[in-house]
Design a protein around this ligand. Structure first.
Ligand code: SDX
Length: 374
């Protein structure tokens, strides 16, 4: 066994912790299995992206139809799961409800082997369960019964139908699909790495996804889209926003939705999504809100030369689509579960237990002191 090299990288910054063929995150490009995110954002459905991430190739027409049929076939939740969604206290955050719901769904999933086809079966089950869990929870909170899935809708459209009891508008479906494509995968981000660590012990797919959900919830990671919107909602004017951000930065406060561990020249996904902020603001007649958005962004740049990440535009886009902010990060889960499952499957292929070392900074070795002498 190789001796551990005594180099310490806080937060594993810059450390190559494994190899992946799924995603390439660079300053100049973001690739899913070699395809540029700009092309996928322009041309692909989320279902095509999910298939690409899981199988390594874009689907043919027949493969896509079968994949969508498989997902549709798994959308209905077990009755006991719906009962729990009803029993969870109203004030529980949707991310916590989702963590519980996915874990509970795992108890109803018979497939247990770690073979590729069994993992793919469970991946489809979780892909289908996440939107159904979010939608069903929204319905029970509203005193309504969960809706049966409506055959033939897209993944994005099906969520809107099951959550809000109506067909999606073309705009809602197109924009939600875009955000799902942008959120689907991002190499060894914290939640994906958590899934791989859990998988490296040969634990099950549902356990790894639950570990990832818990990790994504944090405001330094996926929770930033909800936090970014609550920041924007603080202000009634750009001037007020500028003053607040300058004060916050002067006190070394982090502005949610800005910065990234890897990107230094900006987040490709934020550049792709940002035009929708202005388009939707115009449609909703909330241009002043977009002005606050830009004022915050300009002030952070002027003071710290830090770019927004994907969560900054996404929070406001979801607000303009009329989604409750409590589901913003769960929608991130709805997309990223595709990437997580692809990494879980990949981790199994050439697995080695992930177990880094630590540098000891505690008390030097010392003799035990009996209780009577302390
Ligand atoms: C996601 O990894 C992924 O790929 C994640 C993700 C994905 O798709 O999975 O892209 C999704 O999680 C995006 C990030 C969402 N989180 C936020 O928006 C929270 C706010 N951002 C920061 O907390 C921060 O930028 C991180 C956590 C994202 C990255 O932090 P790092 O790499 O540990 O950087 P750092 O905290 O060491 O900051 C370096 C410098 C510091 O300044 P100095 O002390 O050197 O003067 O940059 C400053 C920081 O103060 N800085 C910020 C800032 N982010 C960094 N200052 C103000 N506001 C910020 N948001």
């Amino acid at each position: 066994m190789s001796e551990s090299v005594d180099t310490y990288h806080p937060g594993l910054e810059g450390v190559i912790a494994g190899e992946t063929a799924i995603c390439c995150v660079d300053q100049g490009r973001l690739l899913y299995r070699g395809y540029d995110i700009a092309d996928l954002a322009r041309h692909a459905s989320f279902e095509e992206c999910a298939f690409l991430l899981l199988h390594g190739e874009l689907p043919t027409t027949e493969q896509l139809a079968l994949f969508k049929q498989q997902i549709d076939g798994e959308r209905e939740l077990p009755g006991a799961v719906v009962d729990v969604l009803r029993a969870i206290p109203r004030q529980a955050p949707m991310m916590d409800v989702l963590r519980t719901g996915v874990s509970l769904c795992g108890n109803f999933s018979s497939a247990k082997s770690q073979g590729r086809s069994s993992l793919l079966t469970r991946a489809v089950r979780v892909l289908a369960a996440v939107p159904s869990l979010i939608a069903a929870r929204l319905r029970v909170l509203d005193g309504k019964w969960p809706l049966e899935p409506k055959p033939g809708l897209s993944h994005a459209g099906q969520f809107i139908y099951m959550a809000f009891g109506r067909e999606p508008t073309e705009l809602e479906e197109r924009v939600l699909n875009l955000t799902l494509v942008l959120y689907a995968e991002h190499e060894f981000n914290a939640s994906t790495f958590a899934a791989r660590v859990c998988t490296s012990t040969l634990s099950g797919l549902h356990s790894s996804v639950v570990a990832a959900i818990g990790t994504l919830k944090g405001p330094l990671h996926g929770g930033a889209n909800e936090a970014a919107l609550s920041l924007i909602e603080k202000f009634q004017s750009s001037a007020e926003a500028r003053r607040w951000v300058e004060e916050a930065l002067a006190h070394k406060q982090k502005i949610m939705g800005f910065g990234h561990r890897v990107y230094r020249n900006g987040d490709h996904r934020a550049f792709i999504l940002e035009p929708y902020v202005d388009e939707l603001a115009r449609m909703r007649n909330e241009q002043w809100r977009a002005e606050v958005y830009h004022a915050i962004k300009e002030t952070v740049w002027a003071k710290k030369q830090i770019h927004p990440n994907v969560d900054y535009p996404c929070g406001l886009v979801y607000h303009f689509l009329g989604f409750p902010s409590d589901i913003f990060t769960p929608l991130f889960v709805m997309a990223r579960v595709a990437g997580w499952c692809a990494h879980i499957i990949e981790q199994h292929v050439n697995n080695r237990l992930i177990r880094p070392r630590s540098r000891y900074t505690g008390a030097p070795a010392r003799a035990f002191v009996p209780l009577t002498e302390r």
